[in-house]
Design a protein around this ligand. Structure first.
Ligand code: ADP
Ligand code: MG
Length: 291
């Protein structure tokens, strides 16, 4: 595009809080054919809340007290939600030792003489814990689009904590607008498949790539690029940064982490998913002006 068209496009973006970092970012926006969207914090608000506490063989308060002790040591958004919930119920106090963060799985620590594991099904299975009767509750929570956080004490599954993260108000409209532009939309998440698929269906997204380990998001973007299409990645988290860099166009949510914002080619200052189609439209408009 001509320097004038680029100035106009960049200015138009800035007015709407869509910051193109350079001319190439603006031009690439016009050519995007696939938009990959991170789920947590991008399509959803990233402010999860505890909705269910299901236990077996242990009281709810006792379970929450042990789990909160583990999660207090973690920086994961799910951990923060659980700690907030336990604090609101006045269940603070116990401290955890020998804390171990297991990326993409959960966390494990010693609390009150017990080894407490908190995380997804894979984490518990890794430690040889049978889901038992709680497996059915886990499936129910996931089928409702909530994340099921499983709890095992000394290798025995004793609880399921349901955590809900509401979609952003404009996520469905953003997906519809992208489809209108002829762009395919893909959801990419570390969360489990049932939860992810339920939310995707609600938002009108037809392709879901779930249970992706933190280090593997970039490889998934590369696989989509290998089909010969121009791919944009939209994300907010530290673990999205390599995927943002891998994509032809990295788009960061303004409310996201510094790493994501620094890595991206475009930053959405209003953290509004509807600004993704806006960015692509501005790019297309800019290219048209040079003909
Ligand atoms: P995402 O944030 O996209 O869900 P992560 O890779 O951070 O992806 O986590 C993948 C899954 O691992 C989470 O959905 C959750 O089930 C589990 N998990 C990770 N960390 C924790 C934690 N501290 N407490 C509970 N569950 C966790
Ligand atoms: Mg995220």
């Amino acid at each position: 595009a001509t320097p004038t068209a680029i100035m106009v496009g960049t200015g138009l973006g800035a007015k709407r809080g869509v910051l193109f970092k350079n001319a190439i970012a603006l031009e690439t926006s016009a050519r995007v054919q696939v938009v990959v969207m991170d789920k947590t914090g991008t399509l959803t608000r990233g402010e999860p809340e505890v909705t269910d506490v299901i236990t077996e063989g242990v009281g709810e308060d006792e379970l929450l007290r042990l789990v909160a002790a583990v999660e207090r040591e973690s920086e994961h958004p799910l951990a923060e939600a659980i700690v907030r919930h336990a604090d609101a119920r006045g269940l603070a106090g116990v401290r955890a030792g020998r804390f171990e963060n297991v990326p993409g799985h959960g966390a494990v620590a010693d609390v009150a003489g017990h080894r407490v594991a908190v995380g997804n099904r894979r984490l518990l299975e890794r430690d040889g814990a049978d889901l038992g009767a709680l497996g059915a509750h886990r499936d129910e929570v996931a089928a409702g689009g909530r994340t099921a956080v499983m709890v095992a004490i000394d290798g025995v599954t004793v609880g399921v904590i349901g955590v809900a993260d509401a979609p952003r108000e404009t996520s469905a409209a953003a997906v519809a607008a992208l489809h209108e532009l002829g762009v395919e939309v893909v959801m990419l998440t570390g969360d489990n498949a049932a939860t992810a698929e339920r939310i995707a269906r609600r938002l009108g997204i037809d392709t879901v790539i779930a249970e992706v380990l933190p280090g593997a998001k970039a490889a998934k973007v590369a696989e989509l690029q290998a089909t010969g299409r121009k791919v944009a990645m939209v994300g907010d988290g530290v673990n999205d940064a390599p995927a943002l860099a891998q994509a032809d166009l990295g788009i960061a949510i303004g409310a996201g982490t510094d790493v994501a914002i620094e890595t991206a080619d475009v930053v959405l200052m209003r953290s509004d998913p509807l600004d993704v189609p806006t960015a692509l439209r501005i790019g297309r408009g800019t290219l048209r002006k040079m003909r």
